[in-house]
Design a protein around this ligand. Structure first.
Ligand SMILES: NC(=O)c1ccc[n+]([C@@H]2O[C@H](COP(=O)([O-])OP(=O)(O)OC[C@H]3O[C@@H](n4cnc5c(N)ncnc54)[C@H](OP(=O)(O)O)[C@@H]3O)[C@@H](O)[C@H]2O)c1
Length: 336
């Protein structure tokens, strides 16, 4: 059996949206850079809490208009708003954009809690706009190949998922990584990816057992989660903001395994290992690292063009379910 062909829209030549960007920080910079370099999508407006920061970002990226958050969401020439603020502001900014009738792409995690995620989903559904969590790893070609392999039962019954992801944030109590008011903590920032991978394969957990350590600010600094799914399959998920761990994931089944050889959240490669031998999928798109953020944008543009209001591969209910798991893990470890 040869590996499936990824079912992803082309980076160029598909439907084009006019994007507005809110909160021009680190990830907004990477997102706009790859959008303009690697796709036909165009950013036409940027909004910041500071007029000077918005204007400087606009100059850097050749964006025609800059202003406040409100000016961007009310701009009639903006089709979709990308929300790139710290997690603590996702709910407020998503609701602002949705109320203005705009489609939204909200950075991960979609909100601070499941309750907030439900609120965003309800507002988007009520307004009839498209809304999606920017879980960009799900839109990479490799994720679709894995989805097809699982659909085809290429490794038989899944028995175990492992997902490890940690990156070290230097301790600064006022930073987004450690300040509870900004949604600090490992689970919300890094752990969302490893939990997503587990839920992508196994669905929402039936049982969760978490252990974690807390930083001096009270946020979780590193956490280990044991998950049992309804089928009885297990997942072992770890995350940290104090240790640079490998960023690796694997899926084991009764007839084989899928094992990443590179960071599972970025364009890379994985091996399908079965009794028939080993086959390797390698992303050959030329998009490296965060340049892969482009895939979620072209997917979103295609979904909107197809008349959808949610991602068919990571719906708002999936985002809410992910937040429910994060809520439970944070509660078990006593995170602020
Ligand atoms: N997909 C990925 O690979 C990836 C990578 C990194 C981060 N992220 C996600 O992207 C989001 C932003 O992360 P980031 O690292 O880009 O953050 P960042 O650079 O620290 O901040 C982003 C921007 O948010 C705005 N902002 C609004 N309210 C704020 C507040 N109360 N405090 C601080 N800044 C505030 C600021 O811009 P203005 O004040 O100018 O409006 C700031 O520059 C997070 O939710 C994170 O999970 C995703």
């Amino acid at each position: 059996m040869s590996l499936p062909i990824p079912r992803v829209p082309p980076l160029r030549g598909g439907p084009v949206l006019r994007w507005g960007v809110l909160a021009p920080g680190e990830i907004a910079n990477d997102f706009v850079t790859t959008l303009h370099a690697n796709t036909d999508q165009r950013v036409v407006a940027v909004g910041s809490r500071s007029a000077d920061r918005a204007s400087a970002f606009a100059v850097t990226h050749g964006i025609p208009r800059s202003g406040s958050y409100r000016a961007v969401v009310e701009d009639p020439d903006v089709d979709v708003v990308y929300i790139a603020s710290p997690h603590s502001e996702h709910r407020t900014l998503a609701l602002l954009a949705i109320a203005a009738g705009k489609h939204v792409l909200v950075e991960k995690p979609i909100a601070l809690t499941a309750e907030e995620a439900v609120e965003i989903a309800a507002a988007a559904r009520g307004a009839g706009v498209f809304a999606m969590e920017a879980l960009w790893s799900r839109y990479l070609p490799q994720a679709d190949v894995i989805a097809q392999l699982l659909e085809q039962r290429a490794i038989g019954d899944v028995t175990l998922v492992t997902a490890v992801l940690g990156w070290r944030w230097p301790y600064d109590p006022a930073s987004r990584g450690y300040d509870p008011a900004l949604g600090g903590g490992a689970m919300l920032d890094a752990g969302v990816y490893s939990l997503w991978f587990s839920q992508f394969v196994l669905g929402e957990p039936a049982r969760i057992q978490a252990s974690g350590n807390l930083a001096p600010t009270g946020v979780d600094s590193d956490t280990v989660v044991a998950i049992e799914s309804a089928s009885g399959a297990l997942a072992a998920v770890t995350t940290s903001i104090v240790a640079d761990t490998p960023v690796l994931a694997a899926v084991y089944g009764t007839e084989g395994s899928i094992q990443f050889d590179s960071a599972f959240v970025m364009p890379g490669s994985f091996r399908l290992v079965t009794a028939a031998g080993t086959q390797t999928f390698t992303d050959d798109s030329g998009l490296v690292g965060r340049a892969g953020l482009a895939w979620q944008a072209v997917a979103l543009a295609q979904y909107v063009s197809d008349g959808l209001t949610e991602s068919p591969v990571h719906s708002l209910d999936d985002s809410v379910a992910l937040m429910r798991t994060i809520d439970e893990v944070r509660s078990q470890v006593g995170a602020a």
